[in-house]
Ligand binder design. Structure first.
Ligand code: ATP
Ligand code: MG
Ligand code: FE
Length: 333
């Protein structure tokens, strides 16, 4: 059973071919990083235009790499939210056109369920239920995944997402876009105790997060240092900021896993590619006898394969969507 997965919700145009919801046959990812770098972040209008320009060649490449044609495709899955609306629309319109022209069933996928589903590709035996930490450019959630494409949200951010905090801090310290991977790399040469940034835990036992104060604290620190004529040590600031984020993220995630009495933890979303987050969670899980599932970095950031996996299980349970399928900027978990 062959599923085509289409993803275009932000700055990656990606299409994958996946067999039986789990086996990767191809996963072509066309990143727009070079395009947006000069602007220091994603420009929505440019993103949509480039999705439109690239999506047909990404499709051709995905099919030929997998050694299949559209006649072999049994299901089309597409991200229909949440994301940049103009970008999501391109994927949805493409999926509908293919579905109509070739009479292939169509399923709309919630991008966040897609991120979690990247784990089904990486770990062929993994099945719900399990706990999940979803950390990406626009979302930060601790959830209990109760079934494929179903979850209970236990906590989330009250302001910035983790990835957003990384990206904003990267801009402030001059590392530029995309910030996450750059801060990750710079932090490796820095001292996480060089600058103390406050850890924000909110109310006792809360599984919610707040990262906007941290972004301001980094900005204030930079300004104070500059005013005093001191040089900024980018590696130290990166490491110190990262440690302030990860202390809270790891503590709260482990608290949730313990509270829910679960023995499996899945991580998902672009920030799940972070090397220090992976290292610390691995250590914490090992100590408490919890199995950690962490997809390889390329499956953490946006890709079509995760959408194909989510679509496969949604189709099995709920059947297909029709051509009225719409695109949404906001779509809750
Ligand atoms: P969402 O999935 O919430 O709609 P998105 O699709 O833009 O948002 P993703 O593609 O899942 O987000 O992830 C991109 C985010 O992950 C960016 O904020 C990026 O900085 C961050 N990121 C990627 N790699 C790393 C890393 N190694 N360390 C920290 N952050 C990272
Ligand atoms: Mg991206
Ligand atoms: Fe994403």
């Amino acid at each position: 059973f062959i599923t085509l997965g289409i993803e275009s919700s932000c700055d990656e145009t990606s299409i994958a071919v996946v067999a039986d919801g789990r086996q990767l046959m191809s996963d072509v990812i066309s990143s727009q990083i070079a395009l947006h770098t000069v602007f220091g972040g994603v420009v929505p209008e440019l993103a949509s235009r480039h999705h439109l320009q690239n999506i047909n060649s990404v499709l051709d490449e995905a099919l030929s790499e997998a050694g299949v044609t559209l006649d072999d495709v049994d299901l089309i899955g597409v991200t229909n939210g949440p994301g940049l609306i103009g970008a999501v629309v391109i994927g949805v319109a493409t999926a509908k056109a293919l579905s109509f022209a070739k009479d292939i069933p169509l399923v709309g996928v919630n991008h966040m369920h897609g991120h979690v589903s990247a784990n089904y590709i990486q770990y062929p035996d993994l099945e719900p239920p399990f706990m999940a930490l979803i950390v990406s450019g626009g979302h930060t959630n601790i959830v209990e995944v109760t079934d494929y494409n179903e979850c209970k949200v236990l906590g989330g951010t009250r302001d910035d997402a983790v990835g957003e905090a990384y990206d904003k801090v990267a801009r402030v310290i001059g590392l530029g876009y995309p910030g996450g991977p750059k801060v990750d790399k710079a932090a490796k040469d820095g001292n996480p105790e060089a600058v103390h940034f406050k850890r924000v835990y909110l109310e006792k036992d809360s599984l919610d997060f707040s990262f906007s104060g941290l972004k301001t604290a980094v900005l204030n620190y930079i300004n104070t240092e500059k005013m005093a004529g001191r040089e900024i040590n980018v590696a130290d600031v990166s490491a110190s900021f990262q440690q302030a984020v990860l202390d809270v993220v790891v503590d709260k995630t482990m608290m949730a896993v313990r509270n829910m009495n679960k023995d499996r933890l899945v991580i998902a979303g672009g920030v799940a590619a972070n090397s220090e987050l992976r290292r610390e969670l691995k250590e914490a899980c090992h100590k408490e006898g919890i199995r950690l599932y962490a997809p390889e970095p390329v499956l953490c950031t946006d890709n079509g394969a995760m959408i194909a996996a989510a679509a496969y299980y949604k189709y099995k349970k709920e059947g297909a969507d029709d051509l009225h399928l719409d695109a949404y900027a906001d779509l809750s978990l």
